[in-house]
Ligand binder design. Structure first.
Ligand SMILES: Cc1cc2nc3c(=O)[nH]c(=O)nc-3n(C[C@H](O)[C@H](O)[C@H](O)COP(=O)(O)OP(=O)(O)OC[C@H]3O[C@@H](n4cnc5c(N)ncnc54)[C@H](O)[C@@H]3O)c2cc1C
Length: 451
């Protein structure tokens, strides 16, 4: 039996970062990384296979290069069992011993319990290149496409499928009253819907799917309201659940969010086994209640904790802030922390500030585009708890500054005097700088509120 200091199961966002971090902190350790797929898709790049890359093989994590440059041993095979007493894993009939084990087995798409999900041409968004290519290859044979689920994956899939062929009739069906409702406040959701409608994507809100019907292949999507949609192809994008099969089999504790239970050092109920990424249970930065968010930004943050902590605890997980971004019809939609609904659910009293202006000065500079920033502050402490951005591409990075502000619990008073670098060709003018001005607008309300 071959023995390793560290074995990592899963070689996507979390597994790769756990391995590369471990290599930096423990240069002398021998590390084995195991994946059950030959090619690992870049998960966040999956929608862009359809209208941009046009080939699932052009959207891959370069795992072989990463293994080579980090001196990782690698194996392609499915880990079938973990024996935590003898500290071994098994792949086929072979056993491999470990001192530390990292489970980074990710998540699987949720398949709703509705009739017809097993019909031909009903796809989920699975992180498997052959499967994703099959979806791509089918697009040339279809006319009516229905995307079920109006979260960011559903919206991105719909836009890219429309981009593949503008003649396709693409419809998003969403059971909530708005697309992207979990992430954004209503005014941003409406902007997102407008962006997609401009592309001639049909949007059905407040509609729930009752049944998928057809003979062998999908023909129709039947809605609870009684409406019926023609469909030659369906994409189910209603979320993902933690892949905890191995952890369950090994007898590891499972948390309230149905992920592998970990402590703040990312250690599972067995002290030699760590877990990170979509398979690990999460709690919120704001109140330490369960968080169901599954994002690459969270997975890699957790993996950086695991990689460093393997033989000496030096990092702790402070909980999920939640930082997203997407682009719909050339407009950035980004959010960090809580939106107004979530803040209310968590019992925060909120004051908001908004600032909107062009992201260049003067506005005629190349790349000039509108950028709107909304910030949310907690009334009592004046601490920032959330932010949303719409518009220019620079919003995709600006949201990360907001995420850092939230993580560091900065107050409106501190943000208004933060020094933002500006340049005519790169940013809004220092006079109109949206991040500072949104905080100032909120601060005025906070101060007036106290009088
Ligand atoms: C379409 C799409 C778009 C997304 N876009 C974004 C985005 O823009 N930004 C963002 O932050 N997040 C995004 N996400 C979420 C992000 O992709 C996930 O949070 C991230 O992939 C989690 O990484 P992970 O390594 O934990 O899990 P996964 O990516 O699920 O990887 C787990 C890996 O483990 C392997 N594995 C599982 N079981 C075994 C076993 N028994 N033996 C060996 N190997 C095994 C799997 O095959 C897989 O390769 C998106 C997700 C999807 C599906």
């Amino acid at each position: 039996m071959k023995h390793y200091d560290v074995i990592i199961i899963g070689e996507s966002a979390a597994g790769v970062v756990a391995a590369t971090t471990a290599r930096k902190y423990y240069p002398g350790k021998n590390i084995l990384i195991v994946r059950d797929v030959l090619h690992v898709p870049i998960p966040c790049g999956i929608p862009y296979i359809y209208g941009t890359a046009h080939d699932a093989m052009k959207n891959l994590i370069p795992v072989e290069n990463i293994e080579k440059s980090n001196k990782l041993e690698a194996l392609v095979g499915k880990v079938e069992a973990i024996d935590k007493v003898n500290k071994t894993i098994s792949i086929c009939d072979d056993l491999y011993g470990y001192d530390r084990l990292v489970i980074a087995t990710g998540s699987k798409p949720i398949i709703p319990p509705i009739k017809g999900v097993d019909l031909e041409n009903v796809f989920v968004v699975e992180k498997n290149t052959d499967y994703l290519q099959k979806l791509y290859d089918e697009l040339k044979n279809v006319k009516d496409v229905v995307v079920i689920g109006g979260g960011f994956i559903g919206c991105e899939m719909a836009e890219e499928i429309k981009k593949y062929d503008n003649n396709l009739n693409v419809t998003i069906v969403e059971m909530q009253d708005h697309l992207l409702k979990i992430v954004y406040d209503e005014e941003f959701c409406i902007l997102a819907e407008d962006a997609l409608r401009t592309l001639n994507i049909n949007i059905l809100l407040n509609e729930q799917v009752k049944e998928l019907s057809g003979d062998k292949k999908i023909k129709e999507v039947k809605l609870v309201s009684g409406k019926t949609l023609k469909a030659d192809l369906v994409v189910l994008g209603i979320g993902a659940k933690a892949n905890i099969d191995l952890a369950r089999q090994a007898g590891l504790e499972i948390g309230l969010g149905n992920g592998i239970k970990v402590n703040r050092y990312m250690v599972t109920s067995d002290e030699a086994i760590f877990a990170c990424g979509d398979c690990a249970d999460k709690d919120s930065f704001f109140d330490h209640k369960v968080s169901m968010l599954k994002l690459a930004s969270i997975a890699t943050m957790e993996a950086r904790i695991v990689g460093a902590n393997l033989f000496k605890y030096t990092r702790i997980n402070r909980g999920v802030v939640g930082c997203f971004s997407t682009v719909l019809n050339g407009n950035v939609f980004a959010a960090a922390g809580l939106n107004e609904d979530e803040a209310a659910r968590k019992g925060f009293e909120i004051v908001t500030g908004v600032a909107e202006s062009i992201n260049r000065h003067p506005g005629l500079m190349p790349g000039g585009q509108n950028l709107k920033v909304k910030l949310l502050f907690e009334k009592g402490t004046r601490g920032i708890v959330g932010g949303e951005i719409y518009g220019a591409y620079s919003g995709g990075e600006l949201i990360n500054a907001i995420s850092a502000f939230i993580s560091n619990e900065m107050t409106a008073d501190e943000i208004v005097i933060f020094q933002a670098g500006t340049h005519p060709a790169l940013t809004a003018s220092p006079i109109a700088y949206q991040l500072v001005n949104a905080a100032e607008n909120a601060l005025i309300k906070l101060i007036n509120d106290q009088c």
